[in-house]
Design a protein. Structure first.
Length: 293
């Protein structure tokens, strides 16, 4: 399979590695010398300066800075092949709606947390009712810094919105929010959102004293907890006072989502998440930012 990869930064190097592991010939668009070096070292078939230089593709994967997504996707979609873009879809609701309108069924968002085995276990618990009726979700994603140009809401919030989408079945709608601003940069956010199947309380920060990742599914008869982003188990605490550790071994999420996308390109089922779901996440982030003012 021939894949065009646009961007080869630090995360893009991991994407290239996994595409190569899955047997793809990858042609990389890279502009900086550092990105070109990463692409060559990662086994790119060719390294080209722009999207227009790509040809003969089966698919395109976009791994560029968030602010460039809309423009890069406009170019990538001209190749008339399936496109997979890193989260979030873009940083503007109007662009998100336009992309959702022009590329349904062909453009998908790389929400890797929807492939995390422990998140899939939480979704299974919510669906099965084994802990009673699901009431809501609590997520914490905080850290002491942020190397990206975009602030915490654009870098961190898409992860937890994707988890809510997988567990609650939809991107939840923001209702209230409070935050800490540094000029136009929202560095800490506390928000309440709602979905048809329950609430979502989220805490996001790039100014926390330490790194913390936590997901809690609250149900009538207990709570199921994923503690840490790399854990391969969920701990269930029942209202009766008992607890149980549920093991969740499986494939690493990035490799799993790329495998799903390539399966779709080869004629299989579409991957998670649709461009419409990606647009809903963009709207949710913009609304949380507005409420936090």
């Amino acid at each position: 399979m021939v894949v065009g990869q646009v961007g080869c930064g630090h995360w893009g190097a991991h994407v290239l590695r996994d595409l190569r592991m899955l047997g793809c010939d990858v042609h990389v668009v890279a502009r900086s010398e550092a990105s070109r070096a990463r692409a060559r070292e990662g086994g790119a078939k060719t390294v080209v300066p722009d999207v227009g230089s790509l040809a003969g593709l089966d698919a395109v994967v976009v791994v560029t800075p968030i602010a460039t997504h809309a423009d890069v996707l406009d170019e990538a979609l001209l190749h008339d092949v399936p496109v997979f873009v890193e989260k979030p879809l873009c940083d503007d609701p109007a662009d998100a709606d336009r992309l959702a309108a022009v590329a349904p069924g062909r453009l998908f968002v790389m929400d890797k947390w929807r492939y995390h085995p422990a998140v899939l276990k939480l979704a299974e618990l919510a669906e099965s009712g084994s802990l009673g009726r699901p009431l809501g979700l609590r997520t914490i994603r905080v850290q002491p810094d942020n190397r990206h140009e975009e602030d915490a809401t654009w870098v961190l919030a898409p992860h937890d919105l994707a988890i809510a989408l997988e567990v609650l079945g939809e991107v939840p709608r923001p209702t209230t929010a409070a935050g800490v601003w540094d000029g136009e940069r929202l560095v800490t956010l506390h928000a309440m959102l709602e979905a048809d199947r329950g609430w979502h309380v989220t805490e996001i920060s790039e100014r926390a004293p330490r790194i913390e990742r936590r997901v809690e599914l609250h149900c009538d008869e207990g709570v199921a907890v994923l503690e840490g982003g790399w854990e391969e188990h969920v701990v269930v605490y029942t209202s009766a006072g008992g607890s149980e550790r549920l093991e969740t071994p499986g494939e690493l999420p990035l490799l799993a989502e790329l495998r799903a996308f390539l399966g779709f390109v080869a004629g299989g089922d579409p991957p998670k998440s649709t461009v419409a779901e990606g647009a809903a996440a963009v709207h949710a982030i913009v609304e949380m930012r507005s409420l936090a003012r």
